[in-house]
Design a protein around this ligand. Structure first.
Ligand SMILES: [Zn+2]
Ligand SMILES: [Zn+2]
Length: 126
């Protein structure tokens, strides 16, 4: 799994193996030693696959809460949802993931969140 992020120093788009997130290495672009950001450092950074790593899930729950985004839903069986669908070029990043219960997530399938919300007449939690 590869990890796509911006160098914290030169701001250029960089990538590395996901396992190196959080490690301190030299940037091939600016030649300076810097930490490869973690999902908590850069919410727009993304991995190149549909399934997210545990560290990314933790950060989504920390920032957005561990509760389904659908109004009045009290399910405890949580997963994450791609707000912009993965099959519609939605990225697997903290920014594009949100907490959703498994039942709402399977009803949503791979539709974009905004489209599904309208079609299913559900409301966002306030
Ligand atoms: Zn750099
Ligand atoms: Zn739900």
């Amino acid at each position: 799994m590869d990890w796509y992020f911006k160098c914290p120093l030169c701001k250029k788009d960089r990538s590395s193996d996901w396992d190196n997130a959080g490690k301190t290495v030299e940037c091939a672009e600016c030649k300076k030693t810097r930490k490869i950001p973690t999902p908590a450092d850069q919410h727009d950074a993304y991995v190149d696959q549909h399934d997210w790593p545990d560290d990314m899930e933790k950060e989504v729950f920390r920032v957005k809460g561990r509760v389904c985004v659908i109004d009045a839903c009290d399910s405890k069986e949580m997963t994450l949802d791609h707000i912009k669908a993965w099959n519609n070029k939605g990225r697997t990043s903290v920014s594009n993931l949100q907490p959703m219960c498994k039942s709402h997530n399977s009803s949503k399938s791979d539709t974009d969140f905004s489209t599904w919300l309208k079609e299913s007449k559900l409301k966002l939690r306030q």
